[in-house]
Design a protein around this ligand. Structure first.
Ligand SMILES: [Mg+2]
Length: 119
């Protein structure tokens, strides 16, 4: 099997955004992460949370059955392969409530409001 790397955001993705509190779980995304991990893929928590806010998120995730292969960090074998650890987390897929897909960007470019920065 070709193992893929999935980077999951926390606030607004695994839980409803309620920062700095922990929002209610978004079960479909949590279950997706659990299923991917069970199938042998890598999952990374890719969040801006730090310190106690990160600790609280990790405790929450563990309670939900989520155990990440890395947290705000690249996977060890990727660091070894690239001989560095850039600030951007490498993943094959990014699951984040702020993602934009190329198709959406192309659509937004057609909107006048986007040109004005109102979108
Ligand atoms: Mg988010």
């Amino acid at each position: 099997m070709d193992k893929k790397i999935y980077a999951f955001d926390f606030d607004g993705t695994l839980v409803r955004n309620c920062f700095p509190n922990i929002g209610t779980p978004i079960s479909s995304v949590i279950n997706l992460a659990i299923n991917l991990k069970e199938k042998g893929h890598y999952i990374i928590l890719n969040t801006m949370r730090e310190g106690r806010y990160l600790d609280e998120a990790l405790i929450f995730c563990k309670k939900m059955g989520l155990e990440f292969d890395a947290v705000n960090d690249n996977l060890p074998h990727m660091k070894k392969f690239y001989k560095n650890n850039p600030r951007k987390i490498f993943a094959n897929y990014y699951i984040d409530d702020h993602n934009l897909f190329i198709e959406e960007i192309n659509r937004l470019l057609l909107l006048d409001d986007f040109e004005k920065g109102d979108v």
